[in-house]
Design a protein around this ligand. Structure first.
Ligand SMILES: Cc1ncc(COP(=O)(O)O)c(C=O)c1O
Length: 355
């Protein structure tokens, strides 16, 4: 069985004998605006293309991504979700010693362990990644480090000036720096948070992006990595499986990246809703949230069984007890529409009041 993730509404519905439609899923961090209208209208006409193989190089999608990210088309490796890019990286980087600051996304460890990379965990202090301490912890053998920014599950964001320091250090010491920006579009000042402007001058830099969260297409699967490391890109392209992205996902990808009104609407909404949701959670006795720049809030709870108790209200949240570096009592909730958020808050209050 695959290690526990958020978002398994089917399993939850079966276990709790409820309809999938009745589950309120706070465990997966998906934009609550759902599929954009542009995509909904265009999807029926996209089915014609399933009769042909997709273009194995996905030139139109690649062009759309290059334009959106302001990078070159040959700096992109596409994936069936960012997850495929993580596994491709693990296979082709051939890193011997990877540093992973924890707690963080659990799949880095699974992907790199599969290719015999030794994993060295760096435990963050109170969920904050201090770059100077991280660098001090490196042994001579370290040849890759991965930073999730903003971090999943904590939501904490490393400042660009700190990442610059890490980038310069890693370049000088021939260490790959992988930055997972799966949630960067949700941050307050994305242009000043992303590290993509450094791709040109730093070939040791690899940036991961996911389209499944911001554009609400986790079931379609689409992501990519960006790097100017030509040998790495060639190595991946020369041996990877063809057509890993289906033609619907590829066409949807082209559309969403041009959908400025959806992008603007989401960015405006998240800034306000995140602040309101954080303050509302902070006001609950027995719950201690962390400041977040993602579309989710991470918190510690005096009630360790909060996920089980919320399940009685058909509410799913992410229990983070299986993350390296965390113990019982830590949870993550997605930021959803206001009504769902209000319902979650009132249920948590009721549970804590009763216990
Ligand atoms: C930090 C992070 N990176 C990458 C991924 C993979 O995203 P995708 O759905 O694009 O495969 C996830 C999924 O939850 C994630 O949380």
């Amino acid at each position: 069985m695959i290690k526990k993730h958020g978002g398994n509404v089917y399993k939850f519905a079966k276990e709790h004998q409820v309809q999938v439609e009745d589950v309120i899923d706070f465990s997966a961090n998906i934009n609550p605006f759902g599929l954009s209208n542009v995509v909904k209208e265009a999807i029926p006409s996209m089915f014609d293309k399933v009769l042909n193989y997709p273009d194995p190089n996905y030139m139109d999608l690649r062009e759309a991504i290059a334009k959106f990210e302001n990078i070159y088309e040959d700096q992109i490796v596409l994936g069936n979700g960012a997850i495929e890019c993580i596994f491709l990286l693990a296979e082709h980087l051939k890193a011997k010693h990877l540093v992973i600051p924890v707690p963080t996304f659990v799949e880095y460890e699974r992907a790199f362990s599969k290719y015999q990379t030794k994993i060295c965990y760096y435990q963050m202090n109170d969920m904050i990644l201090d770059i100077d301490c991280l660098i001090e912890s490196f042994s001579d053998r370290v040849d890759a480090v991965i930073v999730c920014n903003p971090n999943n599950p904590t939501g904490s964001l490393v400042k660009r000036t700190d990442l610059e320091k890490l980038l310069n250090y890693t370049k000088e010491h021939q260490i790959y720096l992988i930055i997972d920006e799966a949630f960067i579009d949700f941050t307050d000042d994305e242009d000043n948070n992303t590290m993509k402007t450094y791709l040109k001058s730093y070939s040791n830099l690899i940036i991961l992006k996911s389209l499944t969260k911001f554009f609400a297409i986790p079931g379609l699967r689409l992501g990519y990595l960006m790097t100017s490391h030509k040998e790495l890109i060639d190595s991946i392209n020369n041996s990877r499986m063809p057509w890993s992205i289906n033609s619907i996902a590829s066409q949807v990808g082209e559309l969403v990246l041009k959908d400025d009104s959806y992008i603007e609407k989401t960015k405006k909404w998240i800034v306000k809703e995140r602040q309101w949701f954080y303050e509302s959670i902070l006001s609950i006795d027995g719950i201690y949230p962390y400041v977040s720049q993602g579309n989710y809030i991470f918190f510690r709870s005096d009630e360790y069984e909060l996920d089980k108790k919320l399940a009685e209200y058909s509410i799913m949240i992410r229990n983070c007890n299986n993350y390296e570096g965390l113990s019982e009592g830590y949870f993550r909730v997605a930021i959803k529409d206001r009504n769902s958020n209000l319902k979650l808050i009132s249920c948590i209050k009721e549970i804590l009041w009763k216990s």
